[in-house]
Design a protein around this ligand. Structure first.
Ligand code: SF4
Length: 366
């Protein structure tokens, strides 16, 4: 199955200078070098509350608090992040980012300082007046859309059936704006494959294609270690692999279904092939709605992975600070990755870094 944006793998090898700095620092075990290895990509949770309660929500334990990051602090943080080489931000997180009042404005600001921005959203609370600036500012918008019918959607998102029509209407509006203004913002949807929606994957893909979306991603569930829910922990994806064949028929040069079979197979293996995490605390970061900066989303809320708070310090002060150094030592010497989330966000990056550190026999025969 084609995957134009490498959604089912990783893109760290496209950032060789950052990787080379990390290699230099680890080879010398030199924190002065390592502390300046900044993330390529940062996820930001601008708003803690959510209008939905999806049955599979990994961050249910964060409490859906109706709090927001202070706008000026966020703008200052993004400005600082641009100055130290962070290349992209995704607005998503613990809640629904569209509930953050000035999301369009902050995306435009990120773009103005040279950071690519993106949005993952349920797209229900979209205000029409925000779509223009949002789409002009974002590289992509991905809509969480976990069913092909209003009835299943309402059950899985734990909301009203009419929200399904609202999302589809909002998507149509966004697509028509994109076409009218000839914008480059990629518009996609994502379904977490569950026993409750597996029979609607093809229906959803047909719907996404018919309204003019660029892609649909279908990905497996992944059990977060702190989630309250564990309803889907033991899903047997081997019974769902065949769906890919039907989906493939819908691919053409304008629409792409990415059925994340690589990730599904890894989910079924239940074990990482590497022994240590090399990605954290380096290539990715998360800013929670309360301002705390974490290096790993699977360990959100844990002090060992929290480096500081943007309400108290700049991002660079936090990133180069003592708490991140302590976290690095913890990850290197104490963390047992058996206690980590299978298919965590950095899994493919970790596979790549592990191979750099422990090359295969013929890796020099390029
Ligand atoms: S969950 Fe993944 S990124 Fe986080 S510490 Fe474990 S291996 Fe690293």
């Amino acid at each position: 199955m084609s995957d134009k944006y490498s959604i089912d793998s990783h893109k760290l090898m496209l950032h060789p200078a950052r990787v080379a700095k990390w290699q230099e620092g680890t080879a010398q075990d030199n924190w002065e070098i390592l502390k300046k290895v900044y993330p390529i990509y940062v996820e930001i949770s601008p708003f803690g509350g959510c209008n939905h309660r999806c049955t599979f929500c990994a961050l249910d334990y964060m409490g859906y608090k109706n709090i927001a990051i202070d706008y000026q602090i966020l703008e200052n943080t993004i400005g600082n992040m641009a100055s130290v080489g962070i290349k992209s931000v995704m607005f998503a997180g613990e809640g629904e980012p569209l509930l953050f009042k000035n999301l369009d404005k902050i995306c435009a600001y990120a773009k103005s300082v040279g950071i690519d921005s993106a949005l993952t959203t349920n797209f229900v609370p979209l205000r029409k007046q925000n779509i223009e600036l949002l789409m002009e500012s974002c590289s992509w918008i991905k809509v969480s859309l976990n069913a092909g019918t209003a009835k299943s959607y309402a059950e899985i998102h734990q909301t009203k059936e009419r929200d399904f029509d609202t999302v589809i209407d909002n998507l149509k509006m966004a697509i028509s704006h994109k076409r009218a203004k000839n914008l480059t913002c990629t518009l996609g949807a994502q379904m977490v494959l569950l026993p409750e929606n597996m029979n609607e994957a093809v229906i959803l893909a047909q719907l996404c294609k018919s309204i003019g979306l660029d892609y649909l991603v279908i990905k497996p569930y992944s059990q977060h270690l702190s989630s309250h829910t564990n309803k889907y922990e033991f899903i047997d994806y081997t019974k769902m692999y065949d769906i890919e064949k039907e989906l493939e028929k819908l691919n053409d040069d304008k629409f792409n279904v990415v059925f994340r079979i690589n990730t599904m197979k890894k989910f079924m293996q239940k074990k990482q092939p590497y022994k240590k995490c090399n990605a954290t605390p380096f290539f990715w970061a998360y800013i929670a709605t309360d301002g705390k900066v974490f290096g790993c989303s699977a360990h959100l809320g844990k002090d060992n992975f929290c480096y500081g708070n943007i309400n108290d310090n700049s991002f660079s002060e936090i990133w180069e600070g003592e708490k991140r150094k302590e976290s690095y030592i913890y990850v290197q010497s104490k963390l047992d990755i058996k206690d980590c989330r299978i298919n965590c966000r950095m899994d493919e990056v970790n596979r790549y870094l592990d191979r750099l550190q422990s090359p295969f026999e013929h890796d020099n025969f390029i």
